[in-house]
Ligand binder design. Structure first.
Ligand code: NAP
Length: 270
């Protein structure tokens, strides 16, 4: 499993991790961990905490330091004190003493400086090792970064897949310039039109088209992907993506088959 440094955290993290919504299957998560997908993404929102409970059960047999656990606070809990209380509830459900990264799930009308102050408090208290955001465009990212006193934004988790490549022109440049990781959620969604291209590359490398799609998304040195899989064959196919190196001609073929569109409005979320 290929690792890379997660933003400015200095922590080496598998480039392919595991999503947990809808509520995941405990044994599928464990298979993924055994294959090296130790970056696990969850959120208090997922099943009203049920997803975090299943993750807590799945990770129980593994040394805590072998995992990179991420959860997210709901915007409705993202006040300065609310974020601390929400994190404590997540820690209990996950049965762990700390999170490796804790994210604001999306922006609401709670001022970002309040949320960032709460997240920095959690870092000082040793309850989270790093902080990040999700669904923030560069405009919001700048505001969140400016609100921080000591910490830096470790990641922005965004909708990024072969059908939605607009983060490449917006959030990715911000991430590169600011030592921030870009994490692709819903990474497997894609339009059918370019499938033949993926099939051809997949056959050449003896992997699945899904693995080719994932390898394309993590071709940049700051990107990660967190596919969700309940089926064991899907878990195994996703893990294989981490070791798949696409050559320049293959990247160009995928780029042409799934062209990036211009984004005029807000960062899409579905
Ligand atoms: P996804 O990972 O792109 O797709 C999941 C679907 O793909 C499932 O139906 C799964 O089936 C199937 N699948 C998985 N691996 C496959 C493979 N190798 N070949 C074919 N099909 C495969 O979409 P997602 O679940 O929306 O996103 C992933 C994670 O991102 C979520 O679980 C969540 O943790 C996170 N997320 C974050 C946000 C946010 O706002 N920050 C929003 C959405 C999602 P099986 O389960 O049957 O194997």
């Amino acid at each position: 499993m290929k690792l890379r440094t997660f933003g400015t955290t200095g922590i080496e993290v598998p480039i392919i991790g595991q999503g947990t919504w809808p509520v995941p299957d405990r044994d599928a998560l464990r298979r993924g961990i055994e294959l090296g997908m130790t970056h696990i993404d969850t959120a208090e929102m997922y099943g009203d905490g049920r997803s975090e409970e299943v993750v807590g059960e799945a990770i129980a047999p593994y040394p805590r330091e072998s995992l990179f656990l991420v959860s997210k606070v709901l915007p409705s809990n993202a006040t300065r004190t609310g974020v601390v209380r929400a994190c404590e509830r997540s820690l209990r459900r996950l049965r762990t003493a700390y999170l490796d990264c804790y994210l604001l799930h999306w922006r609401s009308d709670v001022p970002l400086d309040e949320t960032m102050a709460g997240l920095e408090q959690l870092v000082r208290d040793g309850k989270i090792r790093s902080l990040g955001v999700s669904n923030l465009d560069p405009w919001d990212l700048r505001e969140a970064a400016a609100a921080l006193e000591r910490e830096r934004i470790a990641c922005d988790q965004v909708l990024y897949n072969l059908g939605e490549r607009t983060p490449e022109a917006h959030e990715l440049p911000w991430a590169r310039a600011n030592g921030c990781a870009l994490v692709a959620y819903t990474p497997l969604a894609r339009p059918k039109r370019g499938e033949k291209v993926l099939d051809g590359i997949a056959a050449r490398h003896k992997v699945t088209p899904a693995a080719v799609a994932l390898a394309f998304l993590v071709r940049d040195p700051v990107t990660f992907a967190i596919p969700k899989a309940n089926k064991l064959e899907h878990v195994e196919a996703n893990a294989a993506a981490a070791d798949l190196e696409l050559d320049t001609a293959e990247i160009e073929a995928i780029d042409a088959a799934f062209p990036a569109r211009e984004r005029t409005g807000a960062l899409p979320t579905n």
